[in-house]
Design a protein around this ligand. Structure first.
Ligand code: GAR
Length: 210
């Protein structure tokens, strides 16, 4: 059983999807702790309701990004995680932090990476006239939203869509692909190598699973 630490900043609906998937027996792991940089994140309530340890680490209490990331790393490592999961954690992480968790740090991003790295992805997909949009689970590397892809879920952009409607449909798929990727990792099926992601020892294409 793998040990997972989840980092959040907000609602934690992706955290909930992973909690539910573990409860359903689909993930050979347990969440050792949920850490939020915001005390008012609703995901903390979700974690407490599931009997999971929670920690609030307010980045504003630290002099700079490096100091915060060092403290965060120390707290995370106290739980000896096999996997660290960024689930709506809205902080950029230092290269040192990212390197420390190389091959065991996941993020979910609300776009079909490499399209629309960063924020406001739904609006930007609309403005670009993209025929499809979606979400991506990837390993985190030093390049922001640029790590090797594990799995993507596309949706068509429909006439009449706005950022809100896209966000809602993308969220539904996030809740499917994130538990899936975590399950694969916990089953030992995913490995990050110098040349990319291996699934059951076989290289995944650059887009990951789709
Ligand atoms: C999700 O849509 C996730 O893809 C996004 O934040 C949301 C968190 O929702 N992450 C990013 O934008 C990362 N840059 P949740 O708190 O309900 O899981």
């Amino acid at each position: 059983e793998k040990r997972i630490v989840v980092l959040i900043s907000g609602s934690g609906s992706n955290l909930q999807a992973i909690i539910d998937s573990i409860a359903a027996g689909s993930i050979a792991g347990r969440i050792a702790a949920v850490i939020s940089n915001r005390a008012d994140a609703y995901g903390l309530t979700r974690a407490s309701n599931a009997g999971i340890d929670t920690q609030v680490m307010d980045h504003k209490q630290y002099p700079d990004r490096a100091a915060f990331d060092n403290a965060l790393q120390e707290t995370i490592d106290g739980y000896q995680p096999d996997l660290v999961v960024l689930a709506g954690f809205m902080r950029i992480l230092t290269p040192d932090f990212v390197r420390h968790y190389a091959g065991r740090l996941f993020n979910i991003h609300p776009s079909l990476l490499p399209l629309h790295k960063g924020l406001h992805t739904h609006q930007r997909a609309l403005e670009a006239g993209d025929p499809e949009h979606g979400c991506t689970v990837h390993f985190v590397t030093e390049e922001l939203d640029g790590g090797p892809l594990v799995v993507q879920a596309p949706i068509p952009v429909l006439p009449g869509d706005d950022a809100e409607s896209l966000q809602q449909r993308v969220h539904i798929l996030e809740h499917k692909i994130y538990p899936l990727a975590v399950a694969w990792f916990c089953a030992g099926r995913l490995e990050l190598t110098a040349t990319g992601v291996l699934f059951d020892g076989t290289p995944l294409p650059a887009n990951g699973f789709r």
